[in-house]
Ligand binder design. Structure first.
Ligand code: CP
Length: 383
């Protein structure tokens, strides 16, 4: 099939009823969306990718401003936000969240109102403090929505969660798009292992692992979560994963044995996150803005990690997987030599880049579905 025919076929196959229901919808957690909605969003992302591969431009929102505030570092998600905005004809602006007036006490609701008045979409990354990031996004959304309603402004100004303390929806959706491409017959019956891995670099957020187990359990897969004792994920995410597995006919299991989690797996996703109790301890220290306490917690988290340097994705463990050749996934950046051996990463180099590339299309899909009422017709007109 030619790239153009592929773009046409993707567009024709979209579930227009479910897509219409995404108008004005923001994805703050994937678990807030139905499986039909998540699937339609992935279909729309694949459609934007097909348009891009066919060289069909999609300037749906010219002269608009897509503003994003990052309260933590990023390479991939920032460039995906900019790439998605540019492909949609909008102007991206990315600011360091710590340079906003939030540091000086401006509330999330006030920030949302200010940005909602000037911008046409708002992306936020706020992932390091449990209980804070997703709440900030919800409060910002309330600020935007209340301001628009009070001024009779009909614009749809969606919020995109570019990683919070609970979920990393654009990452998990990008990972889903990549898995759907690699397993075109579906994920049902496949074994997907989300494993903790050792990191000496920093105490990473829990949200990637939480996003993966919450989302991948929706499609009938056998999802395994592995981590050492003390690295538990948030109970609400484990509950969602349990529920999704039961509803989809899959399974969700938790183990503290990395080898057992790798045995026979089709997909492995070994990645670090911080110890549960210390991530909770960070909350109070952050509220007190106690930099010394935060540094002390970080030091203790890394010392705790050092007890588990053998939690590495190496050639021996990859040999335990199905056919010794599981699909290796990582959201990146990986700690090469600690989370994964250089040899395993070298073999997966192109795969993890292709995985990362899906995020630009996921963000395009989230923005376009939320902002364009008649999206299938507008996309058809571009072909
Ligand atoms: N995976 C991911 O979100 O990458 P960045 O932190 O570089 O955005």
């Amino acid at each position: 099939m030619s790239p153009l025919d592929n773009a046409r076929a993707r567009l024709a196959a979209l579930d227009q009823t479910t897509l219409a229901g995404l108008y004005r919808k923001s994805m703050l957690l994937t678990r807030d969306w139905s499986t039909d909605e998540v699937t339609t969003l992935a279909d729309l992302a694949a459609t934007f990718e097909a348009f891009d591969r066919a060289g069909v431009k999609t300037p749906l929102f010219p002269h608009e401003l897509n503003y994003a505030a990052f309260f933590d570092n990023s390479t991939r998600t920032k460039s995906s936000w900019a790439g998605a905005s540019a492909r949609l004809g909008a102007h991206p602006v990315i600011v360091d969240g710590s340079s906003t007036q939030v540091e000086h006490g401006e509330t999330a609701e006030e920030t949302g109102a200010m940005l909602g008045m000037n911008a046409h979409a708002l992306g936020v990354r706020h992932d390091l403090i449990l209980g804070a990031g997703n709440r900030f996004m919800r409060d910002s959304k309330k600020g935007i929505d209340d301001y628009l309603a009070a001024t009779g402004d009909e614009r749809s100004v969606p919020i995109v969660n570019l990683q919070c303390d609970i979920d990393h929806p654009t990452q998990a959706m990008a990972d889903l798009c990549w898995l759907r491409e690699r397993f075109p017959d579906g994920l049902a019956g496949r074994t997907i292992t989300m494993s903790w891995a050792y990191s000496p670099s920093y105490a990473k957020p829990l949200s990637v692992a939480q996003g993966i187990v919450t989302l991948m359990t929706r499609f009938g897969a056998h999802v395994r979560l592995a981590h050492p004792k003390g690295y538990e994920l948030l109970p609400e995410c484990l509950d969602a994963a349990d529920r999704h597995a039961a509803e989809s006919g899959g399974t969700f299991t938790v183990t503290d044995d990395m080898d057992a989690a790798f045995a026979g797996a089709d997909v492995v996703y070994p990645k670090s996150w911080g110890p549960h109790d210390l991530m909770l301890e960070r909350v109070a220290a952050n509220e007190r803005r106690d930099k010394a306490a935060l540094a002390d917690i970080e030091g203790r988290a890394l010392a705790r990690n050092r007890a588990f340097t053998d939690w590495i994705c190496d050639e021996r463990r990859m040999a335990l997987t199905r056919g010794g050749d599981a699909l290796y996934m990582h959201c990146l950046p990986a700690d090469i030599g600690d989370e994964v051996t250089p040899g395993v990463m070298a073999k997966a180099k192109v795969d993890v880049s292709r995985e990362a590339n899906k995020k630009v299309y996921v963000i395009m899909a989230l923005l376009a579905a939320a902002k364009a009422k008649d999206l299938p017709q507008r996309l058809a007109a571009l072909l």
